[in-house]
Ligand binder design. Structure first.
Ligand code: ADP
Ligand code: MG
Length: 273
């Protein structure tokens, strides 16, 4: 196989009133190389609206790359990604996939929340402005309306009293909760989490998981890369196990975590449990 952009795809077909709403995220036959190294090897994934998907897999298996492809921080060589029914990054044009404009990519990315392992807050902005910045920058909200929303969201993640603090004055757990509030400020169709608790001291993990659990039960569509197997079992509708750039198996938490069918899944779980 070569890194060609010409791909044959199944036509999605028009969506009629009787049909289900579009998937929140659809990953179609995605291959991604870095140089000669294949990192994603034909990944297909469907996330339905309101569904919580936990992605597990060993280090280097392609989990972060998968999230970055969904968010169009990386471009697949083959395949494409749809978010809320809109292809991201590439668009079908006959049998060819055509690049989207940078503007279209930015508009679509602004419908996707991304929470990073290392929080990535703006250090020079207050907590309130970290949360309010994107809705203002994208022209969605006036400054006063964005600040009002930011106060609501900070209250939701238990940080109403930290609005005027700067990130460096907060614990890692508090910073990650601000990052979650910031992701929510764009009212995203889906939020992607890349190991949101793995940079935290153990005693701070629980407060961040509690906020994510709250989102999960409120019907927000979430894709969570995590090594917290117990948390995945508790909140996920579906668990996906990825190894070597391929989805090895997926299913309910009980199926994948309690009765894994593949040796590689069993091997991984025996190491992390
Ligand atoms: P995971 O998140 O599962 O640990 P990643 O998606 O980060 O895995 O990485 C998968 C593989 O791709 C690894 O072998 C990693 O070294 C490689 N990789 C990731 N990003 C890059 C990059 N920007 N350039 C080259 N190789 C990369
Ligand atoms: Mg990673």
């Amino acid at each position: 196989e070569t890194a060609e952009t010409v791909v044959t795809t199944k036509a999605a077909g028009p969506v009629g009133p009787a049909e289900a709403p579009p998937a929140a995220v659809e990953v179609h036959g995605v291959h991604k190389w870095y140089g000669g190294h294949r990192v994603l090897d034909g990944v297909d994934l469907t996330v339905r609206p309101g569904e919580v998907t936990a992605v597990l897999g060993p280090s280097g298996s392609g989990k972060s790359t998968l999230l970055r492809v969904i968010n169009h921080l990386e471009k697949p060589e083959i395949g494409y990604v749809s978010v809320n029914g809109e292809p991201i990054g590439v668009r079908r044009h006959g049998d060819r996939l055509r690049e989207l404009s940078e503007r279209a990519i930015l508009a679509q990315r602004s419908r996707i929340g991304f929470v990073f392992q290392n929080f990535n807050l703006f250090p020079h902005l207050t907590v309130l402005d970290n949360v309010a910045a994107a809705p203002v920058a994208t022209g969605r909200l006036s400054r006063p309306a964005a600040r009002e929303l930011a106060h609501e969201l900070l209250d939701r993640v238990g940080l109403a009293d930290k609005a005027t603090a700067y990130p460096r004055q907060l614990s890692g757990g508090q910073q990650q909760r601000v990052a979650i509030a910031r992701a929510l400020a764009l009212r995203p169709g889906v939020i992607l989490f890349d190991e949101p608790t793995s940079a935290l001291d153990p005693e701070l993990v629980g407060e961040v998981l509690a906020v994510i659990r709250n989102l999960a039960t409120s019907g927000t569509t979430l894709v969570i890369v995590t090594h917290e197997v117990g948390f995945a079992r508790e909140v996920a509708d579906r668990v996906v196990f990825i190894d070597g750039g391929r989805i090895v198996e997926q299913g309910s938490p009980a199926e994948v975590l309690d009765s894994p069918r593949h040796e590689r899944t069993r091997d991984f779980l025996s190491k992390v449990l």
